[in-house]
Write a protein that binds this ligand. Structure first.
Ligand SMILES: Nc1nc2c(c(=O)[nH]1)N[C@H]1C(S)=C(S)[C@@H](COP(=O)(O)OP(=O)(O)OC[C@H]3O[C@@H](n4cnc5c(=O)[nH]c(N)nc54)[C@H](O)[C@@H]3O)O[C@H]1N2
Ligand SMILES: Nc1nc2c(c(=O)[nH]1)N[C@H]1C(S)=C(S)[C@@H](COP(=O)(O)OP(=O)(O)OC[C@H]3O[C@@H](n4cnc5c(=O)[nH]c(N)nc54)[C@H](O)[C@@H]3O)O[C@H]1N2
Ligand code: SF4
Ligand SMILES: [Mo]
Length: 588
């Protein structure tokens, strides 16, 4: 039996056991603490069935791998050079191409299409984002699922929240909301006010944890004053809630061991970092850090705490507003910027201006269709790697299961470029893998991240655990809802069938039952940035002021704004309201 792990961009990073005689039959490693005995259909069905790019191409013609690598080497030596790296595979060896770009004096990206704004908010308060081990979640009394659609995106956490009091804060009636003791179906982009109001009520009821606060977060009185700067009635109205709801919500928080499971949803806005800083400040008011069964969980930076051999000091441009047109050569690796970046019509125009666009990936997509050079990758089963995870602290070795006769691994690609361009200094693959692995810790016989702590922040905040928690003390938001024009918020949570733009992608817009539209129609969804036609699917799970198009749906990002969050250089996919126009009646 060979052990590997799922490479897909997912909170769970499932451990996999593979019988080399049946290499396509992937089975969840039974004893692994994060396994509930199953792998999901995204991996075992959709990825398994997805056609791969079989042959390399140069200018639309199929060529041998040797010819494609020659063409790539020539292109990479034409400055200015940019690498745009996506998250199609989360094995750590994916980072090896950074070394190549650095050697060639090229540019990399900074910021995030994913969790950047939230991460920035967490760093403001805590100085260092430590992952909350699932074992602590299992010890909570109350679990608050705050903008994380965990049934779809993080299903292996479900056994850890079983039997808890469950509160869900989400504008959509998600599957987990249907099971919750309380669901607050708040107005999108109102989480900041909700966190501030909850904290204010906690102070008003003298329910703050003053003993913990005086030791770890002394400035809490200033925070109380800060919360009083927001008008109560107007804030509750903006959230779409009332005093009764707030009272019920507080009853789940006060005097309990509480865990907040934060997801990407509440931070897809320009104020995303303030939202997470405010939620952390609420958690600190309740003294939820450094104690058993308490804490705030969010996507962690899984290479944090390592001495990173792929860390290079190059120029960087934003991954959210990338100026592709300024580069002669662009290497797109493991991603699909032509669909996954916001304002994708303008992204496509900019990518068309690039003289040498190299696409290095596993599947055809909108970016491979634009590329001058297409290099097929190997799948995770065909290469050695290590899998770190943003949803838990366990590290898995990814051992090669198959040899594979198409595509090239990332290390092999870099090696081929070093040879062709006569560069030196590349170590052998195993040395890099060992460098990473040697830095991991071992806990309960499992390899874990180096900064793993059983109870995070038990000694304090910051990287060295010698700092206090810093409460949010300013808020600056010039978003004007009225300037948005449209009637509906455009929500784009993750899809149960696709992994971002990989696999079975959506072509529907979900609309509230009260909208006046019918399931048989198509509508044109129009935003200030573009438009796209979708089939209507009426849903009882949406507020009347929201529509929902799953992330990864075709053309979705024509509708979203090219802007980065105020902090963290995060994408603001949901900072937009749209209108709907009837297109035609479809025969049934
Ligand atoms: N509107 C909207 N847009 C969003 C989001 C949203 O919520 N709303 N979410 C955003 C988020 S959170 C993310 S993370 C981004 C993701 O966006 P991207 O990082 O662009 O990811 P994908 O679109 O899934 O493209 C992944 C590609 O990686 C390639 N690939 C897979 N495995 C390998 C491999 O082993 N090697 C190589 N070289 N390539 C491989 C595949 O060919 C695949 O096409 O999308 C963002 N886009
Ligand atoms: N099946 C599947 N799994 C995936 C992925 C996938 O594409 N498909 N993608 C992976 C990736 S890249 C990521 S980053 C993670 C993200 O996974 P999650 O953290 O679950 O993020 P999302 O699905 O984007 O949104 C989560 C929830 O936020 C809600 N939401 C939207 N706006 C707001 C708001 O203003 N306030 C609040 N409180 N909630 C809001 C949405 O309704 C949704 O239920 O999932 C990973 N897992
Ligand atoms: S749940 Fe996530 S990590 Fe597990 S098999 Fe599915 S996609 Fe992979
Ligand atoms: Mo993501």
């Amino acid at each position: 039996m060979i052990r590997t792990a799922c490479p897909l961009d997912c909170y769970d990073a499932c451990a996999i056991t593979c019988d080399p005689s049946y290499p396509t039959k992937l089975v969840s490693t039974p004893a692994h603490p994060m396994s509930n005995g199953t792998l999901c259909a995204i991996l075992n069905k959709h990825m398994h069935e997805a056609p791969r790019i079989e042959k390399p191409r140069v200018k639309g013609l199929e060529v041998s791998m040797g010819e494609a690598l020659d063409a790539a080497a020539t292109a990479l030596s034409r400055a200015p050079l940019l690498q745009w790296r996506g998250s199609g595979n989360l094995g750590v060896m994916q980072g090896i191409t950074n070394i190549l770009i650095d050697k060639l004096g090229g540019t990399l990206t900074h910021g995030s299409l994913c969790d950047g704004a939230g991460q920035a908010g967490i760093l403001e308060g805590r100085g260092y984002n430590r992952q909350l081990p699932p074992e602590q979640i299992a010890k909570a009394d109350t679990v608050v699922v705050w903008g994380r659609n965990l049934t779809v995106t993080n299903s292996h956490i479900i056994p850890f929240i079983k039997g808890k009091k469950l509160v869900v804060i989400d504008p959509v009636v998600t599957a987990i909301a249907k099971k919750a003791d309380m669901h607050l179906q708040l107005q999108p982009r109102s989480d900041f006010l909700l966190a501030v109001m909850l904290a204010r009520f906690i102070f008003m009821e003298n329910a703050e944890d003053s003993e913990w606060l005086s030791e770890y977060a002394e400035d809490y009185e200033d925070f109380y004053e800060f919360t009083q700067g927001f008008r109560l009635v107007a804030s509750l109205r903006s959230i779409g809630t009332d005093l009764e709801d707030m009272g019920e919500l507080l009853s789940y928080l006060i005097g309990q061991k509480v865990v907040f499971l934060l997801g990407a949803g509440p931070q897809k806005y320009s104020n995303g970092h303030f939202v997470f800083w405010a939620i952390d400040s609420l958690a600190a008011t309740l003294g939820l850090f450094g104690k058993e069964g308490c804490g705030v969980s969010y996507l962690g930076n899984s290479t944090q705490g390592f001495d990173n051999p792929f860390e290079v000091d190059t120029e960087r441009v934003s991954i959210v507003t990338t100026p592709f047109e300024k580069f002669n050569t662009v290497l797109v690796r493991g991603g699909n910027p032509a669909e996954s970046m916001p304002d994708s019509s303008n992204v496509v125009s900019a990518l068309r201006q690039v003289k040498n666009l190299i696409y290095f990936g596993l599947h055809e997509n909108e970016t491979s269709a634009l590329a001058d050079i297409v290099i097929p990758a190997k799948t995770f089963l065909e290469k050695n790697d290590l899998r770190f995870c943003y949803g838990h602290h366990y590290v898995e070795e990814m051992n090669r299961v198959l040899d594979g006769d198409m595509g090239i691994g990332e290390y092999e690609f870099v090696h081929a470029m070093f040879d062709r361009l006569e560069l030196n200094g590349l170590k052998d693959e195993q040395s890099y893998l060992s460098l990473w692995k040697e830095q991991c810790k071992v806990a309960n016989n499992y390899l874990v991240l180096p900064d793993y702590e059983e109870i995070p922040y038990a000694k304090g905040f910051g990287e060295d655990a010698d700092e206090e928690f810093v409460f949010i003390d300013d808020y600056d938001d010039d978003f004007n809802i009225k300037k948005q024009g449209g009637k509906y918020w455009l929500l784009s949570p993750k899809s149960p069938k696709s992994l971002n733009t990989q696999f079975a992608r959506g072509e529907k817009v979900l609309i509230s039952m009260n909208s006046g539209f019918k399931n048989t129609e198509k509508v044109r969804v129009v935003s200030p940035h573009g438009e796209q036609v979708y089939h209507v699917k009426l849903s009882p799970d949406l507020r009347d002021d929201c529509v929902l198009i799953y992330a990864g749906s075709i053309g979705l990002n024509k509708l979203t704004p090219s802007m980065a969050s105020e902090e963290g250089e995060g994408a603001c996919y949901q900072e937009v309201k749209v209108t709907l126009e009837r297109v035609e009646q479809i025969a049934v």
